[in-house]
Design a protein around this ligand. Structure first.
Ligand code: ATP
Length: 285
């Protein structure tokens, strides 16, 4: 096998609570990740010249050592003394720097694909240690699970079994936000201790959607809305069009809304595409 094509999905966070700042500068969080069916395609091809080449359909994605996928290929080549090179083509569909973790997903997909392509027998533990080294959101994508709870930096993963799929409308406004700045603007509240994620999970399992909307949490949302007040109007618009839970995903600027049916999401999309270039209807994957 010297070529492999695989899907690399996006995520949204239905729950994201920031617990405290850690001595290493990151934050301890508790988050409920949901994998959604908005995917990049990644093709991995062996190269005999030993070089790592990244090609991407999106002009803003770095093609060199700053690409998370390049970092994965380089670290695996070095640690396993691989002589072969690799060309990796990323067909980008996940909006870049949107809070949908496209880069982290690509990195996890590369970890799994390259260990197959190069026949590396990487232990589960080592795979997760590479993931944490590359980024906090990478570990979630190593599991083929639709739902998972992330703790510590978001990289300690526990699979969650929810036999229920949700429809979403995703809107990605053209706003630049840096995740580091969003976390930097966070004022941690002492009262912020209650972890009601288990109540949210219980209601998702029961498919009690009227209870789910008010249980969505994102501690980063106030910071994102203060930085981009225009997102408040977008949220109001999405609610008025019938989305029952509307929230910023991760560190934004993507805003997602939950709908009961695909048709309801498509109806909202038809209206929002008039003002926003990137509007997607997606389902739990
Ligand atoms: P997160 O939700 O994990 O914070 P995000 O959705 O906000 O992620 P990404 O799309 O992962 O953001 O990209 C963030 C930055 O990472 C981009 O500005 C880009 O320069 C860089 N980057 C590095 N590798 C990739 C990649 N493979 N795909 C997309 N962006 C990448």
């Amino acid at each position: 096998m010297n070529q492999l094509t695989v899907k690399s999905p996006a995520k949204v966070n239905l729950y994201l609570k920031v617990r405290c700042k850690r001595p290493d500068g990151f934050h301890d969080i508790i988050t409920l990740f949901e994998r959604v069916n908005l995917c990049d395609d990644m093709t991995f091809r062996s190269r005999q010249d030993g070089k790592i080449r990244i090609l991407c359909s999106h002009p803003q994605v770095p093609k060199g050592p700053k690409n998370l996928v390049y970092k994965v290929a380089r670290v695996l080549r070095n640690d396993f003394s691989i002589k072969e090179g690799v060309e990796i083509y990323i067909k980008k569909r996940i909006p870049v720097a949107a809070g949908l973790a496209g880069g982290s997903s690509n990195a996890a997909t590369a970890l799994l694909a390259l260990s197959k392509l190069w026949k590396l027998n990487i232990s589960h533990k080592k795979l997760f240690s590479y993931a944490s080294q590359i980024g906090s959101d990478v570990a979630f994508f190593l599991y083929q699970s639709s739902w998972a709870l992330g703790t510590e930096r978001g990289d300690k993963i526990k699979k969650i079994n929810i036999n229920n799929k949700l429809w979403h409308i995703l809107v990605v406004p053209k706003i630049k936000l840096l995740a580091g700045k969003v976390y930097g603007g966070l004022k941690l509240k002492l009262t912020n201790k209650k972890d009601d994620v288990s109540i949210l999970i219980r209601n998702l399992r029961k498919n009690d959607m009227s209870a789910v909307g008010p249980l969505l949490v994102n501690d980063l949302e106030d910071v994102v809305l203060a930085m981009c007040p225009q997102l408040l109007r977008l949220k109001q618009k999405m609610r008025s069009l019938g989305a029952y839970g509307v929230m910023v995903s991760g560190s934004g600027p993507c805003v997602y809304g939950l709908t009961r049916t695909k048709a309801a999401a498509q109806k909202i999309r038809q209206i929002l595409v008039k003002n926003y270039a990137q509007v997607f209807v997606v389902e739990t994957l």
